[in-house]
Design a protein around this ligand. Structure first.
Ligand SMILES: Cc1cc2nc3c(=O)[nH]c(=O)nc-3n(C[C@H](O)[C@H](O)[C@H](O)COP(=O)(O)O)c2cc1C
Length: 292
């Protein structure tokens, strides 16, 4: 047991040092004084409560710091899962990290020109953080702020799914205000930049069962095949009150509104209109259509 002996000696050394420490001696004196007091004394009650708070604060701080890297990793994994989901690439048992690395390509897009930004690290770029940073955002004039978001990042992070070198899906980050919250999501389009594949709201705080139905898979399924732009290039895709009559002209631009949640539905229509317009991704999509 030579190791055990070493440990004990080390511990004994530390205790000896602590006993000699002036501050510890003061603390020990105070501790003994408090412990000697009756349990009903105000000083003892306050001292015990404060000591307990101190120990708990240290424990909470240690766990917050220790768990931070795990939280960051989980957040990144969750985002990858949402992107795979909207791209239709998420199945039971999918290895999220591997599927994302193999099938999804992240790109940065300049929101003013619609061009790709090649000189920045795409992995490290956080569009949501950039939108809140005055050096990286563009303040949206009130009359143009359809999605009620006040400012947008100068650079957006989009995702491409490719098959045999050709783009199969374009995944665009979108967000806008509903009734209670800013709803963050992804809209997946075909390579034509016009036909919807899917939509997915991964962060919102609308009322479950009302506006919160934006996450309902049955409602999300109604988006597949819908069209965004009219022939003249207007954004026509929107939610309507009630159920879409598929026999009527223009139904390809309409999605059923959420029952009892007209305000959230209007929020979804507005955010689609904003992000698909020239304020959003219209010029980028135009470039994809013309340049591939
Ligand atoms: C507790 C509570 C929560 C609500 N949550 C939402 C919501 O998340 N989204 C929404 O659009 N409307 C919500 N509403 C309803 C709105 O206040 C409003 O009445 C509704 O949007 C009108 O929609 P309708 O015309 O389809 O009934 C909520 C109402 C109540 C009382």
């Amino acid at each position: 047991m030579p190791n055990e002996n070493k440990k004990c000696k080390h511990l004994a050394g530390l205790c000896e040092k602590l006993d000699k420490c002036e501050h510890y001696q003061k603390f020990a004196k105070y501790r003994d004084k408090v412990l000697a007091l009756g349990n009903d004394s105000l000083e003892k009650t306050i001292s015990v409560a404060l000591s307990l708070c101190f120990v708990c604060a240290i424990l909470v701080s240690i766990s917050a710091v220790a768990l931070k890297p795990l939280q960051v990793e989980n957040k990144a994994m969750d985002m990858k899962k949402n992107i795979l989901d909207v791209a239709g690439l998420l199945e039971d048992g999918t290895n999220i990290h591997q599927a994302f690395e193999e099938q999804i390509e992240a790109k940065l897009v300049d929101m003013e020109t619609g061009d790709y930004v090649e000189d920045r690290d795409v992995t490290a770029y956080d569009q949501r953080k950039a939108a809140k940073d005055a050096t990286q955002n563009i303040v949206i004039p009130r009359d143009k702020d359809l999605a009620s978001i006040k400012a947008k990042a100068k650079i957006a992070k989009v995702y491409l799914v490719k098959e045999g070198g050709a783009v199969k899906s374009i995944i665009l980050p979108v967000h806008g205000y509903g009734l209670w919250s800013t709803m963050y999501g992804f809209l997946a389009l075909d390579a034509d930049g016009q036909t919807v594949q899917s939509i997915n709201f991964y962060d919102q705080a609308e009322t479950p069962g009302l506006g919160g139905e934006v996450v309902n898979p049955n409602w999300r399924a109604l988006w597949a095949g819908k069209k965004v732009y009219t022939e003249s290039g207007e954004v026509a895709l929107k939610l309507i009150k009630g159920v879409v009559d598929t026999n009527k002209d223009g139904s390809e631009f309409q999605v059923d509104g959420l029952a009892g949640a007209t305000l959230t539905s209007t929020g979804v229509s507005n955010l689609i209109k904003y992000w698909m317009s020239s304020e959003g991704f219209a010029s980028y999509l135009e470039k994809i259509r013309t340049d591939g």
